[in-house]
Design a protein around this ligand. Structure first.
Ligand code: EPU
Length: 338
């Protein structure tokens, strides 16, 4: 039976570095640990929350339920012609897996270098960066169904991936626990260098035919230059989603703000850069007590040291309010609130 601890501090378990406690806490190292845990009726019925790297959450209060930290490790691969299926335990650190694949020449994840978090969390919000989303390389995942006690397999279509969204954030939230993920990569790279920041950085370095290692390095350097390192400044990456609005709404905004940063999507909708909207409202790099927004990327809220989750939350409310007043757009949080 994995040991269930009481009144456990979560400070080391969330990249925002805010302090709070979990009433009950357990670490899971195997599927068998899950089976044993849930064989005990007590844990079947208690409120629960599953975490991996804790990189996309904000504790605004103590958690009164059972916090389950997934720590199942292991990486294996199977080459099938030009394809390679790589399966990793849900508790592997995402960037360790990226490095493992880049080192071996397995292409597809290089644009997702240095995203914080764990393998098991990667499908939940369909992580994405620099023109690639997890759904582009996701093959399937294994999950423990808490209700039935059975293992289930989810294909790419089953997951209903969307922008920072999947079935695991909706119907299946806290009902299944992802234990392993299989990614379909290729030994014949087809690189995605379409994202402006990547192509201009490659050009600046004089790299004409980049390898996947080159892309991975460039992405890592861009991220380090723009985003705060959670080990020194608490944060959870982008705090809000980039809002998607209709063309008509966009035209109205553009008539007042001609420079609005945007990307036209295929279905007559327009995605706005939330970081730009927030910066226009004067929030970029602003410090509010122990919290604030990051100096190089206004979409990232930070903990300068002693911020509480409620302070960060209050700042996010103020930001939502001012973006709404100026642009008529309501920002939606990307980070999970507790
Ligand atoms: N911008 C500003 N001011 C800012 C921030 C951004 O004007 O303070 C403008 C930039 O100049 C650029 C545009 O907004 O023209 C987009 O900025 P950026 O390339 O930094 O990307 P993003 O849209 O802000 C998204 C993801 C990031 C991902 C990057 C790169 C979301 C919510 N965020 O950010 O993902 O790394 O693209 O692909 O989709 C995350 O989800 O935690 C995350 C970091």
């Amino acid at each position: 039976m994995p040991e269930v601890l009481e009144n456990f501090s979560v400070k080391q378990l969330n990249t925002f570095g805010v302090d709070a406690t979990a009433r009950y806490y357990v670490e899971i190292n195997s599927v068998n640990d899950l089976r044993t845990l849930f064989a005990d009726q007590r844990w079947q019925n208690v409120e629960r929350m599953i975490i991996g790297g804790g990189s996309n959450m904000l504790f605004t209060r103590n958690y009164e339920g059972l916090l389950i930290r997934m720590n199942i490790k292991g990486i294996v691969q199977e080459v099938q012609g030009d394809d390679v299926l790589v399966t990793a335990g849900g508790g592997e650190v995402w960037n360790d897996l990226v490095n493992y694949c880049v080192e071996r020449g397995f292409a597809g994840m290089e644009n997702l270098t240095l995203i914080p978090g764990s393998v098991g969390a990667s499908p939940i919000q369909n992580i994405g960066a620099y023109g690639v989303e997890l759904k582009d390389v996701f093959f399937s995942c294994e999950a423990y169904d808490i209700g039935s006690g059975e293992m289930r397999t989810f294909t790419n279509a089953d997951c209903q991936f969307d922008y920072r969204d999947s079935i695991f954030k909706r119907e299946l939230k806290e009902k299944v626990i992802i234990t392993a993920v299989t990614y379909k990569l290729s030994t014949v790279p087809s690189l995605n260098t379409s994202y402006g920041a990547i192509s201009s950085e490659l050009a600046r370095r004089g790299i004409k035919s980049p390898s996947i290692k080159d892309i991975s390095r460039v992405v890592a350097d861009i991220r380090v230059s723009k985003l705060p390192d959670p080990s020194t400044i608490g944060n959870a990456g982008s705090f809000f989603k980039n809002p998607i609005i209709s063309e008509e709404e966009f035209r109205q905004i553009q008539s007042t703000f001609p420079d609005t940063v945007h990307y036209c999507l295929s279905n007559s909708t327009v995605k706005l850069a939330a970081g730009w909207l927030i910066e226009q409202c004067g929030w970029k790099g602003k410090k509010v007590g122990e919290t604030g927004t990051w100096k190089n990327q206004a979409l990232v809220l930070v903990n300068h040291g002693k911020a509480t989750g409620s302070e960060v939350y209050a700042l996010s409310e103020a930001i939502i309010q001012s973006v709404k007043e100026k642009f008529g757009v309501v920002l939606e949080r990307e980070v999970n609130m507790i």
